[in-house]
Design a protein around this ligand. Sequence first.
Ligand code: CA
Length: 686
Amino acid sequence: MTLLQFQIVSAQQDEFEIVTRNIANHLKQTTKVTTNDVLKLKQTQKPDGSWSDIDYGSSVITLWQPITHLQRIKNYAIAMNNEPNNKFNEQIVTGLQYWLKTAPKSKNWWYNDIATPLAIGEILVLLDETKFVYPKECKDSLLESMKRGDPYKEKGANKLDIAMHYLYRACASKDEKLMDSAVNQLFAPIEFSTLEGLQHDYSYFQHGKQLYLAGYGAVFLMGEYKAASAVRNTKFALSNEKQKLLHTYLTQTFLRAIRGRYSDFNIEGRSISRPDILDKKNAIPDGYAENMLQILAIAKSINPSDVTEIENAIKRINEVRPVSFGIESFHKQFYCADYTLHQRKNYAFNVRTVSSRTKRTETGNGENLFGQFLADGATNIQRTGDEYYNIMPLWEWDKIPGITSRDYVDNLPATIEWGENGSTDFVGGVSDGKYGCTAYDMNYNDVQAKKACFFFDKEIVCLGAGINSKAEENITTTLNQCWLKGEVKIGNNKLLLAETEKLENPSWIWHDRIGYCFLQNTKATVSANTQKGSWKYINKGYSDVTIEGKVFKLFIDHGSKPVNESYAYCVLPDISFKKMNKSAVNIDIVANNNDIQAAANNELKMLQICFYKPQTLVYKQLKITVDQPCLLFIKNIGKNQPEVWVSDPSQKLSEITVSVEVNNKTATKKIRLPDNENKGKSVLMN
Ligand code: CA
């Protein structure tokens, strides 16, 4: 060996030592093991290395007990890392040998190909870190037993998990080639995709083109940050380019869909039916030991130059700062995902829709049993953050906030599993990054409606038109269904007295500092009733204990078999009762019919329009003509040169001609629309 060769070899060994240390440090930080814990283990372990409370012959598919054996050995290894004086040599070696001798197997491949090799890998790395001396054939046999699964053949979380145990094996065997392929596969998901995974609009899809910002999107963040932390400060480290993609997804998308410590219910996919899932302080994704706060701490250390947004989020999630802390005005239309985020210091108002390009929120594995209407324009309205936390077992599932639906007597079970395709093309939004509007051309379950939301600062205007159905049930549009907090006031200072009141042409309703103004004559029902349910009722895997609570519910009744019905209301997401009483909503409903929906905010001098057909709209001194269906957002109304944003929700057009006439001066522009992966994105007309 030449000197140069020797130096290369020794440098490589250093790299493996760094990775070993990184992994051991992470495991020490995320697995709390006390001396007492391991002393108890030592006392109960038999001389052959086994424990009598574990059924090593079990092959069940869930809660497979033999994996506990490896977790206990891992605890010894962590205890030795924590405190060098801890000695469990005999316990560890006999324990490992017992495992090799009995070779337990589950009927669930996930335990054999993922959980078991991951646990063995963690033990081997932890032992290496303490320079633990044990028989070479024991280590070799364990390394051999880890050769399970193929990351190249898997997608999403499974790919990450298998690549992770490849990385552990590469590290424990100092196999550079294996390390390269493990790292390659670990970081492969950090790139834009038009299938599943990270989308060009920085949304995240799983199980087809299905919105999954949390759930699988959270697992993606956890797996990648954990991997990035394992190989940091080595030549295997995450590239700057991929680090930026991951950081942008985390800070611009994921964290923005969380208010305080609670996520938007729209982003969880079928996990919406699991207890506590919205709580990002405590919820732990499937198969992980880490919670979101631990991952945010890693994310912060991976990108130390740009940590403000992560630090602010940690403070909000930990509730050491108010939910408004560090929140900037933000509006974004996710044109790949058919999802809108609208954020202000004092509230979040997000909308989930679906098109023929995307999928509805899935039902599957006995989870989310009534969730088929979740994508029909659901509006997540958060002020304090916990408005919907654990309300799901009690929900009336055809009255998800924001949706228009048939009103069934009992909740209607979903019949299509793993995501149902949307049915219409004209679904999307136009935005300048701070304001915007969203259109949802709905046709589902024999209910048709043109649903649009117009987003400003103090108010969000919701318009519905062309509401038709031939179904027997009444058709309703729900303004909200959230936890009851304090009094409900009905216009003119009247307190809600009965538990349910049917209202003829109400002017407004106020509850929990949120105002709901009706902008046209409406039949509405408001209630503050006790609702009951259980987690098992909406998700077969959970408890059937009855849960009950008081729920604020407000909906519009369009009657049975409506023909061309409509609605117009405005939500003021943070307003005192005193102000509400006097408040005059400074909004013009410029149009609300099957061909066009438009709202203007006089204070902000903004006009937002959904053109469902080529046509002309006249508003004050403005005359706007489009030659194609589109969405338009006009700012600086009253000025000679208004600012105009345009988008094509159908994502089918290549150009649109827009002409804007102000005080008899006309500007006409043929606008080229974004193509390929940017279809549906907003363009500034200039
Ligand atoms: Ca119902």
